[in-house]
Design a protein around this ligand. Structure first.
Ligand SMILES: [Fe+2]
Length: 470
C-alpha cells in the first residue's frame, strides 16, 4: 500500500496536539444568521508507540468544535480524558482491552475484561453539558466551552451502556436512546432523557447476542432493525477473541424490525424481514398506517466489517457497501416493502434537517461515490429529493474526502433552507477544511471554506447548537 494508491489513508493518522485558535483563512462568506457551535467526535489517536490500533473503533475519542462567532470561525479540540486515554498516554502502548485491541498477556490477560470506554463516536448537547458518547458504555460529561472532561455520567448508576445515536424529538425536546448489555442474556434498554431526568423504558431480551448501532424515532415508536450480526459472548468473555473478532454474520436469520412503543406501556412488536445490516438511518416516520424508514442498507456485514477493521489500509471497495433504501412497514399486515433509491453507491452518513426527525421529510443528505468508482472513501456529498427522486451532488474530488454532513437550518426556513456543514480532508494539502454548502445548491460553489491549520482525523458523528458557550 502506498499513499499514491490509498490517498485517503493519511486522513486516519492521529492528531496528538490540542489546539485553540481563530481560523486565519476563510474563503467566501458565512451567512449572517449562522452563529453557534459545531461539535464532532472522532477516533483521533489511532496508533500508539508507532503501531496502528487493531480497529478504527479503538481510536481514542477527541471532541472538536468550530464556533461560528461575529469575529469569525474558532477551532478547538481536546481529547476526552477517559481512563484509557490517560493509561495509554502514560504507557505509550496498548494497556487495555478494546473493540479490536487486545491487551498484553494473551487469553488470560484479556479474559473477563470489558473493552475500555474510548468515548469516540458521537456527542450531544444536553442542557449545559456536553455528553461524549460510545455505545459500549456510559457517556463522559464535558464542559461545552472549554471541552474539559468532568467524568463518567452513568445517571446514578442506572446506565451501563448509552449508545452513540440518540434522537431528539424536535417538538417535545425528549432525547431517546438505548443501550445493549451482553450479560447472561443479551438485553436492550431504551432510554428517554428529558430536562435532565432519565427514564429507562422496559428492558427487552433479544433472542441472541447482536451488535446494533443505531435506531430511528417515530411519533409513537423507537424503531430498531436488528440484523443477524451475532456476537459470540463466550469466546469474547473468555479472552479468546476480541469483541470485533467475536462478531459474525448469519444471513440465514432474518433482520428483526422491532417497534418499541415510546409510552413504555405497550409491548414491542417484532416483524421479520430479509437479512440486512445497517450502521445508520436517515429518518423514520409514521404515515398512513405504515412506518417509513430511510436506511443505508448493506447486504451483509462481513464486507464493511473488514473495511472498518482495516481502516487506514483498507481499499474501501464499493462492492458490498450500502445503498440508501426506503422500507415501508405496513402496521396492519406486517408486510415490509423495500425500495432502493438511485443514489450512486457507497451511501453512508445519512442525515436530514433535524427539525424533521420522526416526521415526514423530503430531503436526505449523505456521502456517496459515483457508480464507476470501484474503491476509495466517499468523495461526493449528495442530496436526495424523495418526492422526485432527484439526486444532486457536490464533488470534492480529486483530493477531497468529506465526513458526515450536518444540516444547520436557517431560521424559519423551508426544509432545505440552510447550510450543510462538512469537514473535508484534503489529501494533497494534508489538512482539513470546514466547508459550508448551500443546501438548496449542493452542487454549487461552497458558501464558505474555513481552513484548519492541520488535519482532523476522520470523524464519526457531530452535532450543532445555536448556542456559543463561553
Ligand atoms: Fe454511527
Amino acid at each position: 500500500m502506498t499513499t499514491d494508491d490509498h490517498p485517503w489513508a493519511t486522513g486516519f493518522r492521529s492528531l496528538e496536539e490540542e489546539h485553540d485558535y481563530r481560523l486565519d483563512e476563510v474563503d467566501g462568506q458565512v451567512p449572517s444568521w449562522l452563529r453557534g457551535t459545531l461539535y464532532h467526535n472522532c477516533p483521533a489517536r489511532n496508533a500508539i508507540g508507532g503501531k496502528w490500533f487493531a480497529h478504527w473503533f479503538d481510536g481514542d475519542g477527541m471532541i472538536s468544535t468550530v464556533r461560528f462567532a461575529d469575529d469569525g470561525l474558532h477551532f478547538r479540540n481536546r481529547y476526552v480524558a477517559t481512563d484509557n486515554y490517560r493509561d495509554e498516554t502514560r504507557a505509550q502502548r496498548v494497556v487495555n482491552r478494546g473493540f479490536g485491541n487486545a491487551r498484553p498477556g494473551g487469553v488470560l490477560g484479556n479474559a473477563f475484561r470489558e473493552p475500555a470506554n474510548v468515548s469516540n463516536t458521537s456527542v450531544v448537547v444536553e442542557g449545559d453539558r456536553l455528553l461524549s458518547l460510545w455505545e459500549g458504555g456510559p457517556p463522559y460529561a464535558m464542559d461545552p466551552a472549554t471541552l474539559a472532561t468532568h467524568g463518567v455520567e452513568d445517571f446514578g448508576g442506572r446506565v451501563k451502556a448509552f449508545s452513540a445515536h440518540p434522537k431528539r424529538d424536535p417538538d417535545t425536546g425528549e432525547l431517546f436512546n438505548f443501550g445493549i448489555d451482553y450479560g447472561a442474556k443479551c438485553t436492550l434498554t431504551p432510554y428517554r432523557l428529558h430536562k435532565g431526568s432519565l427514564t429507562a423504558l422496559p428492558t427487552i431480551t433479544l433472542p441472541y447476542a447482536v451488535m446494533n448501532h443505531d435506531f430511528v424515532l417515530t411519533k409513537n415508536h423507537l424503531v430498531f432493525c436488528i440484523g443477524p450480526i451475532l456476537q459470540s459472548p463466550l469466546s469474547f468473555l473468555l479472552g479468546f477473541k476480541s469483541f470485533d473478532e467475536g462478531l459474525h454474520w448469519d444471513g440465514r436469520k432474518p433482520t428483526l424490525i422491532m417497534l418499541v412503543p415510546r409510552n413504555g406501556n405497550d409491548k414491542p412488536r417484532i416483524i421479520e424481514t430479509d437479512a440486512f445490516f445497517q450502521f445508520h438511518f436517515a429518518n423514520a416516520y409514521e404515515d398512513d398506517g405504515a412506518v417509513v424508514i430511510d436506511v443505508c442498507r448493506y447486504p451483509e456485514y462481513a464486507t464493511v466489517g473488514e473495511a472498518v477493521r482495516n481502516f487506514w489500509k483498507s481499499d474501501w471497495s464499493a462492492e458490498g457497501m450500502a445503498f440508501l433504501t426506503r422500507l415501508a412497514v405496513d402496521l396492519a399486515t406486517g408486510k415490509v416493502a423495500s425500495r432502493t433509491w438511485n443514489t450512486d453507491r457507497v451511501n453512508e452518513f445519512p442525515v436530514i434537517n433535524p427539525a424533521y426527525v420522526a416526521k415526514r421529510h423530503r430531503y436526505d443528505y449523505f456521502l456517496s461515490n459515483p457508480p464507476d468508482q470501484p474503491r476509495g472513501l466517499q468523495q461526493h456529498l449528495s442530496k436526495l429529493d424523495v418526492e422526485t427522486g432527484t439526486v444532486t451532488r457536490h464533488d470534492f474530488g480529486p483530493d477531497g474526502y468529506p465526513g458526515e454532513p450536518y444540516f444547520i437550518a436557517a431560521p424559519n426556513g423551508a426544509e432545505d433552507e440552510g447550510v450543510v456543514a462538512v469537514q473535508v480532508f484534503d489529501a494533497k494539502r494534508q489538512r482539513t477544511d470546514v466547508v459550508g454548502l448551500d443546501a438548496r445548491d449542493i452542487a454549487g460553489k461552497p458558501l464558505f471554506v474555513g481552513r484548519l491549520r492541520h488535519h482532523l482525523p476522520f470523524c464519526l458523528h457531530g452535532t450543532f447548537t445555536p448556542r456559543t458557550f463561553g
